[in-house]
Design a protein. Structure first.
Lengths: 349, 551
């Protein structure tokens, strides 16, 4: 066992050192970093409000892990305390990941003075292996500007809509992805759903019973709900219109189905689910079997190493003793003369 | 003179007596009648039989024939086994029938027969010197008496539809048909339309088909027509039907349920190839697009395409992504591709809602578009400091074309921003000034660091650095100089520990194969008291967005 372990360690160490030498002696690597968005601002923050901005760090060569360091600076000292970064001022960029997000959270104090504030934060790249007389570190600077106001601002932007299939008799729901650019929680005042058949002939028009609200400065999925109608099973188009105080914010034509009231998975899907489950179980069993085989092999290797070549295994029965006078003496503790190196330890480093 | 001698030869003999009984014609004991009665309201259809029954008594106990004529005139047969014949038209004559048993004969109505046909029935005996009775036209008043009525087939000359229809439309089937019969009441006609030529019937005011009935009419005077939906051609596939020709069959019947001799007459109806409809278009799931340093990001466009001729009709589905200022019409062909603002005709594949069969109308598609790092930014609000197109956004459209070259293109309902990406690449990432003696400087020899703009903005740079150190010795940061072009030492700018902007004006990249680049040139002076050794330090090159006008 020790012999094999030594061989293994030697191999790994050689490989590691060679690799380390390769990386540490290469002074001519390029380095790159990107951050988006390159523009960050909010001009409608209220005292006491919170604002999150997500940034994304990107690298075109994520062949090794690296770290990005964030330095935040503002011309106004107290503003520096308004911002917290998640996951922190050091962002790990894992190997193989081309994009990694981080979040800047601005918490405006209740007693913040109205006005415009700005600051800068720099994201610099620390990559292992860069070495030389002068290491050049690439970095990106993001300018952040925000304005504290006491004016209520309402601005909604509907980014997308989607509609899932619905069972006959159930209420209709349209999921709206809404961006609230205002500084208070808000929601559209109403939504309308025109249902058309596949020939785009109007079947019925439904008015929303409720539309969900979106937090200030957030982008969220909310539901616009409509009472069920007597639609028969089949395929339809739904033209969804979203209004805010009479103004049309958004309109889109969606496709959906009205399904039978009782939906059972098709038999082939049931069989497929069972098959997937069986496949997963089989993979787990194979992994366990492989581990057992490895353990057994290691055990036998260890056992074999305990029996050093040339030595006979210790006898399980004591030697025959013909008489006390002929009892063999204890083995010699020192090597016989002349054997020298032959009797040196058989283990090498 | 009568003599004894004559008389002597007359022996005693039995005198023969004979009498000739003359043949007497038989007489009806049961007057002839039609069975079933052939009346104006229940006439005998052409090619169907009128059957007469009668019973006669012959005093001579001879067999007899029943014969039915169209006039009151018959010619006896003239001998045993010879049936009588009518002077004009013989409707029918029975076989020789035993005296006092019922005789029957039938006549098959012909298309040339009049609607109403008088008949005269006779019974004639089957004997030499045959003779016939006087005629009888039946004695009942239940319609079984003369005349018999013939129902003629309706005429059916033209069967045509009213024109091609889209899926979900109604075909109007028109028949040019009428019935010539007017006896008692004018006959009327009805139309039954089937999807096969396996046969049809019309009973009790309703038609039925061996195959599927598409439509039928009630009885009208002439030229019936009815409608059926394209859905009926596919047995209710929700209005989804493949375009093309379909053969339908028309059957005309009269008010006595008699079919026309022209049944069935076929017509070919045509279902139009209609345009597919693109709906539920998305772009990047409604999220702003975040680009990646010097590489591409996959932007996904999805849509659902519906074709009422079946999703199997679809031949091409492709997606386009473009800056809103470019517009759909100028970014829908590959020739219009420009990685800064237009990605056109990217093939989409089915994803999720699959096209299952010929009665399936829709399928969902996904198009993955690799967007380059230098695609035009649209975020911010200022064209001076933020981006070139802050009032625009990015849109997507999906184009679908079917096998008949009918197409639709739909744009996403709401655009998303292409976020600005400030990205920098430097090469090399280290400066090696080589070996210099204490007190010496690099003179006109510069170390050059190439700076690349690997985002979608033009960039300037902030420069700062640290002191270079070796053991206890220091080369102050200010001993390094830089410039945006080659220089001789002392002519450059001193490096500081705080960021100082250099208007490098690295242009925004327009082609991924030709990235915008400028260089920063470096020099150094070694202090006179510096100890010998390898000094190290760190310089920072920080990219910042340059003025938009300089991009």
């Amino acid at each position: 066992m020790k012999h094999h372990l030594k061989i293994f360690i030697t191999f790994v160490a050689t490989f590691f050192i060679a690799g380390l030498m390769l990386f540490t002696t290469n002074q001519n690597v390029s380095a790159s970093i990107g951050v988006a968005p390159g523009t960050a601002s909010n001009d409608v923050l209220l005292p006491g409000s919170e604002y999150d901005q997500v940034f994304t760090i990107s690298r075109s060569n994520p062949e090794s892990a690296a770290t990005a360091t964030i330095e935040w600076d503002s011309t106004i000292a107290e503003v520096k305390d308004w911002i917290a970064f998640d996951p922190g001022l050091r962002v790990v960029l894992p190997e193989g990941e081309t994009q990694v997000p981080f979040r800047a959270k601005i918490t405006v104090p209740e007693d913040a003075q109205l006005g415009t504030y700005d600051g800068i934060f720099r994201i610099s790249l620390e990559e292992p292996g860069n070495d030389g007389q002068v290491v050049v570190v690439p970095a990106v600077r993001i300018d952040l500007t925000f304005t504290i106001t006491n004016e209520a601002v309402s601005e909604l932007y509907v980014r997308a809509a989607r509609m899932e299939n619905v069972k006959k008799g159930d209420d209709f729901e349209v999921t709206l992805k809404i961006e609230n650019k205002g500084n208070a929680s808000d929601s559209p005042t109403e939504a309308q759903l025109e249902i058309l058949d596949l020939h785009e002939e109007l079947v019925t028009t439904l008015e929303s019973t409720s539309v969900g609200s979106v937090d200030a400065f957030a982008i969220q999925d909310v539901l616009a709900k409509f009472s069920s109608s007597s639609l028969e099973e089949g395929e339809y188009f739904g033209v969804v219109k979203v209004f805010d105080n009479g103004e049309l914010l958004f309109q889109d034509q969606l496709y959906f189905k009205v399904l039978p009231e009782e939906i059972l998975p098709p038999q082939d899907e049931v069989a497929a689910q069972a098959e997937r489950g069986n496949t997963t179980l089989l993979i787990i069993l194979l992994i366990i079997l492989a581990v057992i085989v490895v353990i057994v092999l290691v055990y036998f290797l260890m056992k074999k190493d305990d029996e050093a070549p040339g030595e006979s295994p210790p006898s399980s029965t004591p030697p025959m003793v013909s008489s006390l006078n002929n009892r063999p003496g204890p083995p010699s503790s020192s090597p016989p003369e002349g054997t020298g190196a032959e009797n040196s330890s058989s283990e090498s480093v | 003179m009568f003599s004894f001698s004559t008389l002597a030869f007359v022996s005693a003999q039995t005198p023969d007596t004979s009498v000739t009984v003359e043949n007497t014609a038989p007489d009806f004991t049961v007057d002839p009648l039609e069975t079933p009665a052939s009346t104006g309201t229940s006439p005998t259809d052409v090619d169907s039989n009128v059957t007469w029954l009668a019973t006669a008594d012959d005093v001579n106990e001879d067999d007899y024939f029943l014969i039915v004529c169209d006039t009151d005139s018959v010619v006896a047969g003239g001998g045993t086994g010879n049936a009588p014949a009518c002077s004009s038209t013989t409707f029918c004559v029975s076989s020789a029938t035993t005296d006092e048993t019922q005789a029957t004969c039938s006549y098959t109505a012909q298309s040339g027969d009049a609607e109403s046909n008088d008949w005269f029935a006779f019974v004639c005996d089957d004997v030499a010197g045959t003779s016939c009775s006087t005629s009888s036209q039946g004695s009942l008043s239940d319609g079984s008496e003369s005349p018999f009525k013939v129902n003629h087939r309706p005429s059916f000359t033209v069967f045509a539809d009213g024109g091609d229809q889209d899926p979900g439309g109604d075909f109007t089937m028109n028949a040019t048909a009428s019935d010539p019969d007017t006896d008692t009441a004018a006959d009327t006609v009805a139309l039954v339309v089937c999807d096969s030529n396996g046969g049809a019937t019309y009973t009790g005011g309703t038609g039925s088909c061996t195959g599927n009935k598409l439509c039928d009419t009630s009885l009208i005077a002439s030229n019936p027509n009815c409608m059926f939906n394209t859905d009926d051609l596919t047995a209710g596939a929700g209005g989804i039907i493949q375009d093309g020709n379909y053969t339908v069959y028309g059957y005309v019947f009269d008010s006595h349920d008699l079919d026309s001799g022209a049944n069935p007459t076929s017509d070919t109806v045509t279902v139009n190839n209609v345009t597919p409809v693109v709906s539920s278009v998305t772009l990047n799931s409604g999220s702003d697009i975040t680009l990646s340093d010097n590489s591409t990001v996959n932007v996904v466009v999805t849509a659902t395409v519906t074709d009422n001729n079946s999703c199997e009709d679809l031949a091409t589905v492709s997606g386009n992504v473009y800056r809103s200022g470019i517009g759909l019409s100028t970014c829908d062909e590959n020739a219009e591709d420009n990685d800064n603002f237009c990605y056109a005709e990217v093939t989409c594949t089915i994803s999720g809602n699959t096209c299952d069969n010929a009665t399936d109308s829709s399928a969902s598609y996904s198009c993955t578009i690799p967007v380059q790092f230098h695609a035009d930014a649209t975020d911010g609000s200022s064209t001076v400091t933020d981006s070139e197109y802050p009032t625009e956004n990015w849109l997507s459209s999906v184009y679908a074309e079917d096998d008949g070259a009918n197409s639709d293109i739909t744009e996403v309902a709401a655009g998303v921003e292409m976020l600005s990406l400030i990205a920098i690449s430097i090469d090399p990432a280290a400066i090696d000034y080589g070996s210099l003696a204490a007190g010496a400087n690099t003179g006109a020899t510069n170390q050059e660091i190439a700076v690349f703009s690997t985002g979608n903005v033009g960039i300037d740079v902030d420069l700062r650095g640290t002191d270079m150190t070796f053991s206890t010795f220091t080369i102050p940061v200010g001993n390094q100089e830089y410039n945006d072009s080659a220089f001789t030492f002392t002519a450059g700018s001193d490096l500081t520990a705080s960021d100082v902007e250099l208007e490098l004006n690295v242009l925004k990249t327009l082609l991924s194969s030709s990235i915008g680049t400028e260089s920063v040139f470096w020099g150094i002076e070694i202090p006179g008291t510096a100890g010998s050794g390898v000094y190290t330090g760190t310089n920072f090159i920080t990219a910042l967005k340059s003025e938009v006008a300089d991009w």
